[in-house]
Design a protein around this ligand. Sequence first.
Ligand code: ATP
Ligand code: MG
Length: 403
Amino acid sequence: MHELFILGGEILKTLKSNGFEGYFVGGCVRDYYMGRTVNDVDITTNALPDQIESLFPQTIDVGKEHGTIIVRISGVSFEVTTYRTEEGYSDFRRPDRVSFTNRLYTDLERRDFTMNAMAMDEDFKILDPYSGKADIADGIIRTVGCPRERFGEDALRMLRAARFSSQLQFDVETATQDAMTESAKYLEHVAVERTVAELVKLYGGKDNLKAKHVLVKTGITAHLPFFKHVCETSFLKTRPESLLEEIALQIWLDEDLYDALNTLKLSNEMKNEINQILKLSEDAAHEDYLMLAYSFSDRILSVASSMMGTNPFFSSSLKVQNIAAAIGVKSDLPIHSQKDIAIDGKQLMAYFNLPGGKWIRTIMEALEEEILCGNLKNDKYEIMKWMDAHVEIETGHIKIIKE
Ligand code: ATP
Ligand code: MG
């Protein structure tokens, strides 16, 4: 962790030796002060974007108009942003204008919470004009300035408050929470991608149940895509470890919610994971564990297994046993997909001297089942022998003879 500050300190020193100010700022100072792991270090300075670019050999312009330049030092990226203020939030989600300032405290003033409005120099001396340290000591999330105004400027801050309460296990200060209740409706204006990004962090936090209570108490749930359709009892009943688990559990409790899934604009990968979890939970109640092991990835099996441990309504002893058995045999399966079968469609066409068609799938599925059950060795000649005994062709029609 200190390594990032030592590297970043090089940037602060360069800024200073060129007559500018420079500080670590925001989440990295909060996490450093709290003794938490620091993953990225942001820097704030009175140097203007062009000046930042001219001081460092490796820079990337990621939003000059907002004052942000990435400076690369020894392969590590640091966001270096000019002190700025933000004005005119006419749409509850982003400032109409940002303007640069040369006062550090003005920059800190625009930040969301007291704990996020601290700056630190290269000697680890912390500047804390809004008593962030005291709020951290008390475990409190409090806006910088009037909470109602701050949430009116950018409604996403309310979700950030909830996600910090999950990540840090902090309470939202009373006036801040009251303002969240009043301003919850503004969340409807926030881009769904930003909302989802915060929800992912919220659910990944240590104590997402704490955050869920904040969302319910303030009425925020009623203004979130998808969650606005979830009833309060169901919302508080689940114990997920990720946003995707939460969505799957809620759909399990009320399948009509499936129709609202698209409003979250999740990636195909995320939607796929939700679908797989739901399918496994259904299949595990009747499918053989070998088929479960074959059909589902290690990840889905282990996610579903842990979800069942913490969500009794999602679980049954048969499902739990089946999934545990599937996890147990997964690595010993003779094949993991049809691609692993020692014969392919082309070879089948040559073997039976037939043109391609649905029959290939019929045979592949039969082979798949026999190999998985251990009745047939995954070997080309064994497979041919098996086909001689079990596949009948009548006027171009394929029939599998089962014992
Ligand atoms: P994380 O650990 O998730 O990165 P963070 O506090 O660093 O948490 P970022 O989104 O990286 O969060 O933002 C960096 C800093 O920018 C914050 O600490 C805060 O000072 C400021 N900030 C971020 N989002 C907002 C916002 N919506 N309104 C005001 N200030 C914000
Ligand atoms: Mg950050």
